[in-house]
Design a protein around this ligand. Structure first.
Ligand code: F6R
Length: 609
């Protein structure tokens, strides 16, 4: 949510920053801006996507070797040119870009207004800029001014700041919102994620909360905002440029859907010990004892990650017999939940930066629970805040609608469930059967992808529908929720996911001949029950799109369309049944002319509450 790039070196900062902003655009795309600070401050900002900024920058012929850039997801103030970042002080001395929310901005603004400061925008960021300026007029030292201001700020921030009076310094700081330093040779960078600077350096330092970085062309120092020098560890970024490009696909989302045979496998590779029917999870070593003795597991997550947590509840209770609860992270932290030191709280997050999930984990730890993270982005806040974890290894997910992260989360959950099952009540034979079924999943996903054209033609038929209903039972109820979420977020069609049998308690009233109803009806022990639910829809003229098991000869009689998926163990079917739903949402959105990778109002990585 909001992308930040900063550059200090000898290259043309404008092109480094613009390229970086394009890579970060998935984090927010309401407006974008750039400021260069060599001699004087030149600022260019535009409502809309980075391409609009690029045109304006070209026309203005911006040049310089020190600068900052930003792509915005609006929190305070409408997405227009004025509210776009960077913000400057009244004298145009300093420029600042910001990701996060300054919670006490109103009080600070009042203070500054009394001192004569005049504000042009509605943003909390302009307040922070002026606040830093108010210290700068006294200290004449940017680093000190930033530090003093941040000591009084409440809320979340990732910032980059430059001053015309100090053309050899670039300053960054963070609390809550991610920010890293890219370490180059004769140049250094700031970025809210590594993809922005990957073509220049793979060496990064992930800043900690309340840590600042002071960069020059040839070096850097890091310190806390309390002025204590910190030791910074340089990490090497593992993914490559190819993984953040579209690779011949029309959209990142489609590319990421098609990556799933590999990404699912990458999650269990080296961890699944098929011949022993168990798993080795090195990342959980520090907490294995606690996990084995857990009285209860609580999953906490948001959005798609919350849906995978729901699948996790069913699987862990089934395999290990441990009570599992699933909590929306945003609810969990504010409802004073009962947590004990015998609980293990598992946060699931693709980005590892979701503010609510991060806060939920902090809350759980305060109450004595053990915290585990199932996270995709290496070095992210949730990965660092948890006691132990499993990285998903799905590679960067750029499409705003989460796809490959979901199936990788299911893979990670399967591993945890299998581990717990084997330590409790699952025989080696059963463990081996599950492990072998997991190993077959990648080729089964591929088999579904190979039939994408069928789903594309179904999508064409229903692209003008105003509503969709998704029904599933058991393991497929969370998949129904996920299918509906995918459709609504990228095509703007209203969609609801429901437990199939619950439908008759209300939503059935919505069904008529215009309602497409996607029913997940694979051949498991509740297959017949789901068929009855399908008949209830048919009786009201709803149009059934069934997701069924290959070889099912009965279902065609009840459905307008049947999309088949290969047979697997019931607990693994969500990984397969979700694939057609991702494709259906994708093709419907394309058919409606929607911007699939950048749906309106959304942003990847929600770093505000
Ligand atoms: C939906 C989607 C969101 C995220 C949610 C949590 O396609 O992407 O619902 O799943 O914002 O994000 P993470 O997993 O990064 O914590």
């Amino acid at each position: 949510m909001c992308g930040i790039v900063g550059y200090i070196g000898s290259k043309n900062a404008t092109s480094v920053i613009l390229t970086g902003l394009k890579r970060l655009e998935y984090r927010g795309y309401d407006s974008a801006g750039i400021a260069l600070a060599n001699g004087s401050l030149t600022v260019c900002k535009k409502a809309g996507k980075v391409v609009e900024l690029e045109k304006a920058v070209k026309a203005a012929q911006l040049r310089g070797t020190l600068g900052i850039g930003h792509t915005r997801w609006a929190t305070h103030g409408a997405p227009n040119d004025v509210n776009a970042h960077p913000h400057t002080d009244m004298e145009n001395t300093i420029a600042l870009v910001h990701n996060g929310i300054i919670e006490n901005y109103a009080a600070i603004k009042q203070r500054l207004q009394k001192q004569g400061y005049v504000f042009r925008s509605e943003t909390d960021t302009e307040v922070l800029t002026m606040f830093i300026h108010s210290f700068y007029t006294k200290t004449k030292n940017l680093e000190e001014a930033v530090r003093l201001a941040l000591c009084e700020v409440e809320g979340a921030f990732g910032i980059a700041v430059v001053s015309t009076l100090e053309p050899n310094v670039l300053i960054g700081a963070r609390r809550g919102s991610p920010l890293l330093v890219g370490v180059g040779e004769g140049e250094n960078f700031l970025a809210s994620d590594a993809s922005a600077i990957l073509q220049h350096t793979r060496n990064v330092i992930y800043l900690q909360d309340d840590e600042m970085a002071i960069l020059t062309k040839d070096g850097y120092t890091t310190k806390t905002i309390d002025n204590e020098t910190t030791d910074s560890i340089i990490h090497e970024v593992e993914f490559d440029l190819e993984s953040i490009e579209k690779g011949g696909f029309d959209h990142f989302m489609l590319k990421e859907i098609h990556e799933q045979p590999r990404t699912f496998k990458d999650c269990f590779r080296g961890r699944l010990l098929a011949s022993e029917g168990t798993v080795r999870l090195g990342g959980l070593n520090p907490v294995l004892d606690k996990l084995r003795r857990a009285q209860r597991i609580i999953f906490t997550a948001c959005g798609t990650s919350w849906h995978s947590a729901l699948v996790g509840e069913y699987i862990i209770e089934q395999l290990a017999g441990i009570p599992v609860e699933v909590e929306y992270a945003s609810e969990f932290r504010y409802r004073n939940p009962v947590i004990t030191p015998d609980d293990v709280v598992i946060a699931i997050s693709q980005s590892g930066e979701t503010a609510d999930t991060l806060a939920a984990i902090k809350e759980a730890k305060l109450k004595g629970a053990t915290a585990i993270g199932l996270v995709n982005v290496v070095g992210s806040s949730i990965a660092r805040e948890t006691d132990a974890g499993i990285y998903l290894h799905a590679g960067p997910e750029i499409g705003v609608a989460s796809t490959k992260a979901f199936t990788s989360q299911l893979a990670a959950i399967m591993l945890v469930a299998l581990y717990l099952g084997r330590t409790r009540r699952l025989s080696q034979r059963d463990g081996m059967e599950i492990a072998q079924a997991i190993e077959r999943v990648p080729e089964q996903i591929q088999a579904i992808l190979d039939h994408s054209s069928q789903i594309q033609s179904i999508a064409k038929k229903y692209a003008k529908a105003q509503n969709f209903l998704y029904l599933g039972r058991g393991y497929h109820f969370p998949v129904a929720l996920e299918g509906a979420l995918k459709l609504k977020e990228i095509s703007y069609i209203h969609a609801e996911g429901y437990p199939a049998a619950e439908m008759k308690h209300g939503p059935i009233a919505l069904i008529d001949e215009n309602m497409p109803v996607v029913c997940i009806a694979t051949q498991d022990e509740i297959y017949d029950k789901v068929l009855s639910n399908i008949q209830e829809v048919r009786a009201r003229n709803g149009k059934i799109i069934a997701i069924a098991t290959e070889g099912d000869t009965r279902i065609a009689e009840f459905a307008e369309h049947v999309i088949t998926i290969p047979n697997t163990l019931p607990m693994l079917t969500p990984v397969l049944s979700v694939i057609p739903l991702q494709l259906l949402a994708y093709y419907v959105a394309v058919e409606r002319g929607c911007n699939v990778d950048m749906p309106r109002n959304l942003a990847k990585s929600v770093t505000v509450e």
